[in-house]
Design a protein around this ligand. Structure first.
Ligand code: ZN
Ligand code: ZN
Length: 614
């Protein structure tokens, strides 16, 4: 069978089968202008110049002649939403299937495996066959951080270490061989076919490497979302750098790189900005790419090429028994390219945003400079204000994110989401005059003398969140409303990754001068999420204020703003907050929901995410 290699985004990818290529062509991932080759020593052509590909793509779209029942177990299923037809077997029964056509989730049930009269109406991609679907994997206690497949530890694959053992049916000929071990040495290490000890493991489904600490410890997942140009690469680099410091200086734990190879991209960004040898030269980070190698692994899953966002995995390790972190654990970050959120980008081939639904916390980065209204209150000296290219209604992105989580978690229209959300408002240094206090003067961490570890002063964040929320209500009320309309716990947290203005680079891009870097509150959004999940010790060390006449209605706390006289409706996560309004402190009442918070719905026991991928 012919193998094909394609050239996209400056990278050669492959090998792919004819079927894969046809699938990519019909889904629009490649076009008839894409460069294609059948291997070494064969010329590059365009896809359009290879008639067999067009023929295969057309065949994909045409209903094949109805097969006679050659396979006893074969069953036909239809998507309940769009009637897309699927050919499967009885192992599909009861499984949630993400429809390749309409992206809705439907359940493969006896009721929908008979052809209905509407079934012939629309069959855009006929006969989708998930050949490599692995039944029996789904109830294990390990979750792959790459593809979110759940499986048992005995199903782990080992990665050969002898350099001669290469080739993997999913990852291609260049990858090291993956194998199920049968021989072990005296130390209990798995041996590859050349008798070399294999110490790295891989997922049985996507075949990508899984850090060993994921097998041994609890893992918490965090997603970063935000539009193109909202500076997510700068944010992640700055967060990582500040997190290493604050975790060891303030919370008696340390941030460990579990796998330098896996975290290479983020570590190199941190290095570029914070350990630069040319501290006074303008430095630029590359833009997050949808299918570039930096943020995405491209693998064949169930015989369909998919782009999986790369996880960045770190371990939080306690330094001593007083550590503010309650146990050693892994923290995994996923970054999303803005393009992942474009309508239609969330399909089988680019399931880039699916991790949002499985997250323990989401940081949504809102960039005031890219907002048509809010940029007017930003410091006009910031060079980014000279460009109007990236002005974008970021509340649309929020709505799109909400829609996807609802879909992936199979939620009812009025059901609220229990994942804590932080709307992190970036570039604080360029709009700081709009808040009454300077963040740099506010206490974030309390250091009790009796303890080796500090505690997060959560009220400082909640207090600032209220003031920032008021500001956003003036300029982008739809953002606040769509966030609070879906998420139960929302905090608005200002920060600045750089703490200085950007500087034009000779390439025309905007960069930063490393010696000017002075991040402000860059860890606050993440520390809030740790605290919301009860994984970080907090203190309520806020002196009480005047009590506000308020009412508790459903999930909200209602009161009249003591200065503006407006009616304010805050979500219950402001329960017992002490808010500073015009220099006076006011105490909010206890909301019953905060008193008996339900057990944390963590990734590991969240059944709704089990079949995310089937
Ligand atoms: Zn469908
Ligand atoms: Zn996997």
């Amino acid at each position: 069978m012919s193998k094909y290699y394609i050239y996209t985004d400056d990278v050669v990818r492959g090998p792919f089968t004819l079927e894969n290529i046809a699938m990519m062509l019909s889904s629009g991932r490649i076009s008839s202008d894409t460069q294609i080759s059948t291997g070494k020593n064969t010329p590059w052509q365009t896809v359009g110049e290879r008639p067999e590909i067009r023929a295969a793509a057309i065949q994909l779209q045409q209903p094949p002649a109805e097969k006679t029942a050659s396979n006893d177990d074969e069953q036909i299923f239809y998507c309940q939403h769009c009637q897309q037809k699927y050919r499967g077997n009885s192992s599909w029964l009861g499984k949630d299937i993400v429809c390749i056509n309409c992206h809705e989730i439907f359940q493969a049930a006896n009721g929908n495996n008979t052809s209905s009269s509407t079934a012939t109406a629309a069959d855009p991609i006929e006969n989708v066959n998930f050949q490599n679907y692995m039944p029996g994997l789904e109830d294990g206690d390990i979750i792959c951080p790459n593809c979110w497949q759940r499986f048992h530890s005995e199903q782990l694959l080992y990665i050969a270490s002898h350099p001669a053992l290469t080739g993997d049916p999913v990852l291609g000929p260049g990858a090291m061989l993956r194998f199920t071990p049968t021989n072990f040495n005296a130390l209990g290490q798995a041996l590859d076919d050349m008798n070399c000890a294999a110490t790295e493991v891989a997922c049985p489904r996507c075949r990508l490497k899984i850090p060993m600490s994921i097998i041994d410890e609890v893992t918490h997942y965090f997603s970063i979302a935000g539009s193109q140009g909202s500076g997510k690469s700068y944010y992640l680099a700055s967060l990582l750098n500040s997190l290493r410091k604050t975790m060891s200086n303030d919370f008696a734990c340390t941030v460990v790189d579990v796998d330098p190879e896996l975290n290479y991209v983020l570590d190199s960004y941190e290095e570029t900005l914070f350990r630069s040898r040319h501290r006074n030269a303008v430095t630029v980070l590359p833009k997050t790419q949808l299918t570039g190698n930096d943020y995405v692994n491209m693998v064949m899953l169930d015989s369909i090429p998919v782009n999986l966002p790369k996880p960045f995995v770190y371990e939080l390790k306690q330094l001593n028994s007083s550590s503010a972190c309650k146990e050693d654990c892994n923290i995994v970050f996923y970054d999303n390219a803005g393009e992942h959120f474009q309508p239609g980008a969330d399909n089988m081939i680019n399931p880039g945003t699916r991790h949002l639904a499985c997250s323990d916390g989401i940081i949504f980065i809102f960039d005031p400079i890219n907002d048509a209204n809010m940029r007017s209150i930003c410091d006009q000296r910031e060079p980014q204000l000279q460009s109007f290219d990236r002005i974008y209604d970021q509340s649309k992105l929020m709505s799109e994110m909400v829609a996807r989580i609802r879909r992936h978690r199979n939620m009812d229209v009025d059901e609220k989401c229990s994942i804590p959300l932080v709307v992190a408002v970036s570039k604080y240094d360029s709009w700081q005059d709009n808040l009454s206090r300077d963040l740099r003067d506010l206490p974030l961490i309390d250091h009790p003398q009796s303890s080796l570890s500090g505690k997060l002063i959560k009220n400082t964040i909640v207090d600032v969140s209220f003031e920032l929320r008021e500001l956003l209500m003036q300029y982008v009320p739809e953002l606040v409303n769509s966030a609070e309309g879906f998420f139960e716990q929302v905090l608005f947290v200002p920060f600045s990754s750089l703490g200085c203005f950007s500087t034009p680079h000779e390439s025309g891009q905007l960069g930063v001068i490393p010696e000017q870097l002075s991040p402000i509150w860059v860890t606050a959004p993440f520390l809030s999420l740790l605290a919301e999940n009860d994984w970080l010790e907090t203190t309520s060390a806020a002196p009480a204020g005047l009590s506000l006449a308020s009412q508790i209605i459903d999930d909200y706390i209602l009161f009249t703003h003591p200065v503006s006289g407006k009616n304010i409706r805050l979500p219950w996560n402001y329960s017992q907050a002490v808010l500073t309004i015009n220099g006076t402190r006011y105490s909010l009442p206890l909301h019953p929901k905060a008193m008996n918070r339900p057990g944390k719905c963590s990734f590991a026991n969240n059944s709704s995410s089990d079949d995310m991928w089937v």
